[in-house]
Design a protein around this ligand. Structure first.
Ligand SMILES: *Cc1c(COP(=O)(O)O)cnc(C)c1O
Length: 371
């Protein structure tokens, strides 16, 4: 990880330090409140829970510190993505989405943006620059893409999009702001499903929008307050708590994934292995330039649907589950969720278990399914 990323991670644990009075709790107190004491005409204070809450502010401050940007939180990743679309787009606008990214983003655009007169096109991540960006009001990238882990050049896309007067949104869920900072490569907006590695304990849905453009932040905040798609204070508090160990978890998960990807490469049952950290992976060279780490997701194919199911269900240190980024290693056959991948395609999310024990369990399960 770069020095900047390391110092931001280090400072994260002490963000509350300056505001503390003697006797204050050092950990963040949880404020469960819909109403606040509002005598007279004072402004700039908390008044009503749909507009602000001290617990949101703390988690937004922490996430914003890692992004080096302003941050607005939402009750899920999809709520954050929807907020960007619905707050910033109008009828007649054209948007471009990755053809191979998170399926719900495309489905939402198809079902809810199109009927409003917003034109939605898609393009594969590995060739995202091909065709240019003329006429696009908003371009959305997801890099590495979920589930195939292809990547695109954020900085080159940002430049080309800006040359045509559009804005670039990056879904940074698979990397978190410790692993990649798209705003540093001139993306205008980052969206993230903090449901995944940021919270990291698989017990909360959450999301955020980050930007260094004050107008964008103000429009998205306004939209949240009007529409009422707000995060619960308790969820915000849990994500704040999760963030305190993000660096440790992310470091372990990425290091283990590097080891496991190398070992999977040698296993005869595995084909089509993808991990941006592997020398020779189509994503590797660009990953070295724009990613701080290579991530904790690995994808590969086994010979059939049955073998993939047997591998996942037979591995003692693996949960069969959708989603990723939790402390528990988990895996899923993605064709189950409608991704256009082979029936034996597995997306593996490496968790925090000690790596040699984890590899032993993976290897035993692979050996059991045979070739
Ligand atoms: C999970 C995910 C989302 C959606 O997040 P939710 O919290 O489930 O709404 C968006 N983008 C990517 C890349 C994801 O993996």
């Amino acid at each position: 990880m770069s020095e900047t990323a390391k110092s931001r991670a280090a400072e994260l644990s002490h963000l509350r330090r300056d505001g503390l009075a003697a006797g204050d709790p050092i950990p963040l107190p949880l404020t469960m409140a819909s109403i606040f004491h509002t005598p007279g005409v004072e402004t700039g204070i908390d008044q009503y829970g749909r507009y602000d809450n001290p617990t949101w502010r703390a988690v937004e401050h922490a996430l914003g510190h890692l992004e080096n940007a302003q941050c607005v939180t939402f009750p899920s990743g999809m709520a954050a993505i929807s907020a960007v679309f619905f707050a910033l787009l109008k009828s007649g606008d054209r948007v471009l989405l990755p053809a191979d990214g998170y399926h719900a983003t495309r489905a939402m655009a198809e079902r809810f943006l199109k009927p409003l007169g917003i034109i939605c096109d898609t393009r594969p991540t590995p060739t995202f620059l091909d065709g240019g960006f003329e006429g696009y009001r908003l371009v959305f990238v997801e890099t590495p893409s979920n589930p195939r882990l292809d990547i695109c050049d954020i900085s080159a896309v940002a430049k080309a999009v800006h040359d045509q007067g559009g804005i670039l949104v990056a879904d940074n869920t698979t990397m978190t702001s410790l692993g990649q900072r798209p705003l540093d490569f001139d993306a205008d907006i980052v969206v993230s499903a903090d449901t995944k590695a940021v919270n990291g304990h698989s017990d909360v849905l959450f999301g955020h929008v980050a930007s260094r453009d004050a107008d964008i932040i103000s429009q998205v905040t306004d939209w949240r307050g009007m529409v009422g798609g707000i995060p619960g204070p308790f969820e915000a508090w849990l994500v704040h708590r999760g963030l305190e160990t993000l660096e440790v978890r992310f470091d372990r998960m990425c290091s283990s994934a590097e080891t496991i990807a190398q070992r999977l490469k040698e296993h005869r049952a595995v084909t089509g292995l993808r991990y941006p950290g592997l020398d020779g992976d189509p994503s590797h060279n660009l990953a070295r330039v724009q990613m701080e780490r290579f991530g904790f997701l690995i994808s590969f194919e086994l010979a059939s649907e049955q073998k993939a199911e047997d591998f996942i269900n037979g591995c003692e240190l693996m949960q069969a589950a959708t989603s990723f980024g939790g402390v528990h290693t988990s895996a899923e056959r993605r064709s189950k969720r409608g991704d256009t991948v082979a029936p034996g395609f597995v997306r593996l999310s490496v968790g925090c278990e000690p790596v040699d024990e984890l590899w032993k369990a993976i290897e035993e399960s692979l050996d059991r399914i045979g070739d």
